[in-house]
Ligand binder design. Structure first.
Ligand SMILES: [Zn+2]
Length: 265
């Protein structure tokens, strides 16, 4: 007997075009398997799933489905709060921390720029990313569906948008990261938290004009790079303000005082 799996909402993004017919996006499989493997056989990574019902009863990923079962699969409804337990993910995270795949490297830099802890190395393989995500409780960000199908990846998001700034907005909105943002607090090269440093200590590293006009500096404890509030910060600040404004237009709850976000500049 067949197992019928029906997908709802934006999970059609992952389905083969012939399966996208509304109102039901139904897929049929013919052998007993776990719910997770059944869903992923249809192209949907388990990390994108918010709720599952088997024959009308709430189910986890490990349940074995057999011929005659009906499975209903619903997407995660953003904003997703990873610090709260859910039926499918009973071990919540202490805070949102990320590991970025090589295909979203620029997004990784922007997340760091916003102060979000984001592990990233260009040469990491999928297995290393999945392992790190498990070991350090990190959310995997990628454009590679296969990476998200790995069992050790509990939290993950397939990045849909193309440009790094759109991707930043997508991730901030999806995980409602506004309360976690601390722009310019982290090294974009090493992911380390920057420390205040006296001007005297780094004077020899500064260009004459920087030496003249700027008085507050931070330094990365790992790579030693020095940062200061130059004109590029104004441009970045404006782009972030745009992200926050767009969010307001969407009518989403705005629990952050935008004015305080950049007080440390
Ligand atoms: Zn650094």
């Amino acid at each position: 007997m067949e197992i019928r799996i029906t997908f709802y909402g934006n999970l059609d993004f992952f389905l083969h075009p012939t399966l996208k017919e509304p109102p039901q996006m139904m897929h049929v499989i013919r052998r007993s398997t776990s719910v997770k493997d059944g869903i992923e056989a249809c192209g949907v990574p388990h990390t994108e799933v918010g709720t599952i019902y088997v024959n009308g009863v709430l189910s986890d990923f490990d349940r074995i489905i057999i011929g005659g079962d009906f499975v209903d699969v619903f997407p995660i409804t953003p904003p997703m709060d990873v610090t709260k337990k859910s039926f499918l993910r009973p071990d919540a995270l202490e805070m949102p921390r990320f590991v970025a795949d090589v295909n979203v490297g620029k997004l990784a830099s922007l997340l760091r720029l916003m102060g979000l802890d984001t592990a990233y190395e260009q040469e990491w393989k999928d297995s290393q990313i999945a392992e790190l995500a498990l070991r350090e409780d990190r959310i995997v960000l990628t454009r590679d569906r296969l990476l998200l199908k790995r069992k050790t990846v509990v939290f993950g998001h397939l990045v849909r948008t193309e440009s790094p700034w759109q991707q930043l907005q997508e991730v901030i909105d999806f995980y409602s990261l506004f309360q976690w943002l601390q722009p310019f607090s982290r090294c974009t090269y090493c992911n380390k938290i920057l420390r205040m440093v006296s001007k005297e200590a780094i004077l020899d590293q500064l260009e004459p004009l920087t030496r003249m006009f700027y008085h507050e500096f931070t330094q990365c404890p790992s790579c030693g790079r020095v940062f200061w509030p130059g004109s590029h910060r104004e441009r970045i600040k404006n782009r972030v303000m745009n992200i926050l404004k767009k969010r307001g237009k969407l009518g989403l709850q705005d629990n952050i005082n935008i004015g305080t976000l950049f007080n440390d500049m």
